[in-house]
Design a protein around this ligand. Structure first.
Ligand code: ADP
Length: 652
């Protein structure tokens, strides 16, 4: 622990003037003996005395009669410059002399006696005057230093950097306190950072735990250190002053005051630095985001607008103090009333889109969100982020138009497919009818080659009928919504089995259903899907007997159907092609078909909101999966403006 070392009290310096050596000798000997705190300096002439006189002399003892100047005149000269106590010490005096002496400014009058005991009286007088003078002098010096500190208060308060604080502190130390060697250390989180030093200073890191006092002295060999902790709540810095002799504790109160002021200055500088760092950070964020950041007063006038305002062809400076609303298009003014209301009431909010006029008269679409800054219940300002969404709006509208055109094109294509397919049916019927006539009435007259030609015509026209039927179905899926109803899938499968009877009988095929639900769906279309998948399961099958299992699992989202066969299977790399129109796999070319069945299935399942996919292994059968989302019959009736497929259309 650092001891608070007090310097030894300085001795009282007393100038004694007498023209007799003997007198001087006795006085010095007796006085210094009777009070060891005296340092008696003997002089014989006034000149000598005036040469030695300075503010550190604590008392003057003078004989009345001297060769060059009498005591009273000397006193007058002394008092012109210093107020040093002046004791007239003479053997020749009288009441009259004493009276005259007091009038000339002498402070005391002691008679020289032959008896040495009078030195004790003289010693007491000297001491009492010297003490009073010293305390007055110290009081005056203290006041002067305090005044010096007071005059420098503004300087400390105006310090704007840590270096500034250190320079001003040293200025006070030097100019007012008279110290000229020192070090200023800034302290943060226990880390001591030297900021500045003056004079020759040893480089010392103090152990803070050892410094219990705000001010303490330490002797470092022949050097003295005065360690002043710069404290405001906690220690913010350390000021160390060095000198060759001990410090005077009378300086402590002033140093304490200075240390508090400097600590305040350090705290303020740190706050300023933190604020300016966060201000810089804020600016760099605000000035680098694409959004336009605007600070407005509660009534809407612009205080700040980020440089990104240039996107609207405005210089930020030309928008200052203007109302944001001035930029808004007349037609959209009512949209931003929400912003003004929020600004005044402290409510944050967002307007999705409105238009403003740019500096170049161009119209910009913007979205605008704002947050009022409320302090003590009062809206101080409003921070807005305005985003230019002109491009998004353009893209949206292009997208909307393209979608519209696409929908129309799709519909046209469906209509076209429907019309063409429909129109193709009439000539096909003619071909079929005449082929039938030929078959019935002329078959026998034809030679073998003619009969083969006729057979090819009938096969080709059957194939064409199937193709046209498939195309018609496909076009209908896009165009016609059939009515939603409760459909018992088990019953539906029985119907399918009846319709597929010829194929099943030909191959002895087995079709079985398991866990088949009753669900709300479009009967015609789900029947078409199952019909195609079951039909394929029997068709692409060489196993004896062919078997197709239809099952269903209810899931949280709806129904998951599986149509599993023990047929020829599909290579994995072909999965993705299966559902495209007219795609028939290479290894199944020998089976009849048009390649439209699975794309019809996909189109139907898509339109019902489900998904379709296949799992298969070549040679081991295939499983076609499809899902149908759960539909609530009431909501379905409301939401789908269903109309029944006309009998005519279905027959087609
Ligand atoms: P199509 O049956 O008229 O040929 P689809 O669109 O129904 O046309 O089927 C497309 C192709 O997918 C078929 O030609 C066949 O190659 C393959 N395919 C469909 N179902 C099966 C199945 N269950 N097993 C093996 N291959 C199948």
């Amino acid at each position: 622990m650092t001891e608070r070392v007090l310097p030894p009290t300085d001795k009282y310096v007393v100038l004694h003037i007498d023209d007799e050596d003997e007198q001087l000798f006795f006085a010095k000997t007796f006085l210094e003996e009777s009070d060891p705190s005296f340092d008696i300096v003997s002089v014989k002439t006034s000149k000598e005395l005036l040469d030695q006189l300075d503010e550190h002399v604590d008392c003057i003892v003078a004989d009345y009669v001297m060769p060059d100047l009498n005591g009273m005149d000397l006193c007058k000269i002394v008092k012109e410059t210093f107020n040093t106590p002046f004791i007239m010490y003479t053997g020749r005096g009288s009441e009259v002399v004493a009276e005259a002496a007091f009038q000339s400014g002498v402070d005391d009058y002691v008679r020289k006696e032959a008896d040495p005991s009078h030195y004790q009286l003289l010693a007491r007088r000297i001491k009492s005057h010297a003490e009073a003078y010293r305390s007055k002098r110290e009081e005056r010096q203290y006041q002067e230093r305090l005044e010096g500190v007071r005059q420098n208060l503004n300087l400390i308060a105006s310090a704007s950097s840590m270096d500034d604080v250190a320079s001003i502190t040293f200025k006070i130390m030097e100019d007012i306190m008279g110290f000229n060697r020192g070090a200023f250390i800034y302290l943060e989180d226990g880390v001591q950072t030297p900021i500045q030093s003056i004079g020759e200073t040893p480089d010392i890191q103090w152990d803070l735990d050892e410094l219990d006092f705000d001010i303490s002295q330490k002797q470092l060999e022949d050097l003295w250190a005065l360690i002043v902790l710069l404290r405001m709540d906690t220690v913010h810095g350390i000021l160390t002053i060095f000198q060759d002799k001990p410090f005077n504790p009378q300086d402590y109160p002033i140093l304490e005051a200075v240390s508090l002021l400097v600590a305040q200055a350090i705290t303020r500088v740190m706050q300023i630095e933190t604020i300016s760092a966060s201000e810089k950070q804020f600016r760099s964020i605000v000035e680098n985001v694409q959004d336009i950041i605007i600070l407005t007063k509660p009534e809407g006038s612009i205080n700040y607008i980020s440089p990104s305002a240039e996107a609207f062809q405005y210089k930020p400076s030309e928008l200052l103090d203007r109302m944001w609303g001035e930029l808004v298009l007349e037609e959209d003014m009512d949209k931003i009333t929400e912003f003004y209301k929020g600004s005044l009431s402290g409510k944050k909010g967002k307007i999705n889109e409105y238009r403003i006029r740019g500096g170049d008269d161009m119209i910009h679409w913007v979205s605008h969100s704002w947050t009022p800054v409320v302090v003590d219940g009062v809206v101080k300002q409003v921070v807005s982020a305005v985003n230019d969404i002109t491009w998004r709006k353009k893209i949206e509208s292009t997208l909307y138009n393209s979608m519209h055109e696409l929908e129309k094109a799709n519909k046209d294509l469906n209509d076209f497919t429907h019309i063409v397919s429909h129109d193709l049916k009439a000539p096909l019927m003619t071909i079929e009818s005449f082929s039938d006539f030929l078959l019935e009435d002329y078959f026998d007259v034809l030679d073998e080659m003619g009969q083969e030609y006729l057979d090819s015509i009938i096969k080709a026209s059957n194939n064409m009928r199937e193709l046209i039927d498939n195309l018609l179905t496909l076009s209908r899926v896009g165009r016609i919504d059939t009515e939603y109803s409760q459909v018992d899938i088990s019953e539906l499968l029985d119907e399918i089995k009846i319709e597929l009877k010829p194929q099943m009988e030909m191959k002895n095929a087995i079709v079985a259903g398991q866990n088949l639900p009753t669900l709300v769906t479009q009967r015609t279309w789900i029947k078409q899907v199952l019909m195609n998948l079951v039909g394929n399961g029997i068709k692409f099958n060489e196993t004896n007997p062919p078997r197709v299992d239809v099952s269903c699992v209810e899931t949280s989202e709806g129904y998951h159907f599986r149509v599993k066969d023990n047929g020829i299977g599909i290579p994995e790399e072909q999965y993705e092609h299966l559902f495209k129109l007219f795609q028939r796999l290479e290894h199944t070319k020998r089976y009849p078909g048009t390649g439209a069945g699975l794309s019809i299935c996909k189109k139907i399942v898509d339109s019902l909101g489900g998904e379709i996919w296949v799992e298969s292994q070549e040679g081991y059968g295939s499983t076609f999966n499809f899902t149908i989302p759960d539909e609530d019959i009431e909501s379905v009736d409301d939401s789908h403006e269903a109309f029944e497929v006309s009998a005519e259309e279905l027959v087609e």
